[in-house]
Design a protein around this ligand. Sequence first.
Ligand code: SF4
Length: 361
Amino acid sequence: MIKYTSEIAKATDPLFEKVKNVIPSVEWPTMAPLVHRINELKAEKNAVVLAHNYQTPDIYHCVADFVGDSLQLAIQAQKTEADIIVQAGVHFMAETSKLLSPDKTVLIPSLDAGCSLAASITGQDVRQLKKKYPGVPVVTYVNTSADVKAESDICCTSANAIAVVEALGNDRVILLPDEYLSKNVAAQTEVEIIAWQGRCEVHERFTAEELRDYRESSPGVSILAHPECSPEVLEEADFAGSTSALIRYVNVNRPQKVMMVTECSMSDNVSAEIGEEVEFIRPCNLCPHMKTISLQNIVESLELIRHEVTIPEEIAARGRQAVKRMVDLEVEGKGFEKRSNQRDVIVEDRASVSSLGTLSR
Ligand code: SF4
């Protein structure tokens, strides 16, 4: 265990300034030595930390070199000149970084950093779907394994999903694996969407009724929701968009009171930046996978070069193409505006496609 010395206090005080309204000062002496050690290790090993918007403020504001949503992190992974990328996010994000930076060492500090959406579908499921809908292009949310990306025509994120679906120029598109994101996209476009029955375990817990209760108890609150929430939740929201779109909304509009209907740490991270000008109402649904990443295991991953992410080249080559097509498309993110325009969407699952018999590659 590294001690909190006066030298470490002096080196880390400017970082504490950034987070002092969301991290109690009594907790800082346990965090500061780890923060200091990570920043030393990054310099020694030419490493960068890419942190998702759902990481806790100690990681997000004090050790991350780049922060953002999945799309922004994927773009940074492609641009960085560092030798090592530490992904302070979940496993599919680390795989995406590895796809885009195959010559770099990509580390995931915790092997438990999974995702309920990524776990909902396999490459074999996608092959079965393609058998059921021959010729229909497959758009895959980045929240999937490399194996699933390898079976896809193109990837998308919640920031660009509508634009990617429309850019393909087809009347019908398979959009995987988040059922709610797919339904929310279907409400915004004339393209017919075929969905998969995957859910984000964090966002599916929010209900429209809960939002109505918050509105009643906090008059004037601006409610901002992530499109992995159900269509009913989005209908209750004042604005819906990706994590980066929600942050932008708060920065530009500076509502007096705001509620971000997404993972808890987002509100802390934005609040640390904005200060007390905006009051955050915090419904708190934690992502248990994101929360397996800690300062301690980031130190260990850098010291021991532990939990390196590897992808078999045959899968990597095809998965990379799907991610690069999305990045190269450079489509502008489109907002979720027509939220009351719900349309029927076919939702497939493993049982509904497995009756077609196994398809080998
Ligand atoms: S918040 Fe949801 S989509 Fe994001 S990593 Fe956690 S389970 Fe997966």
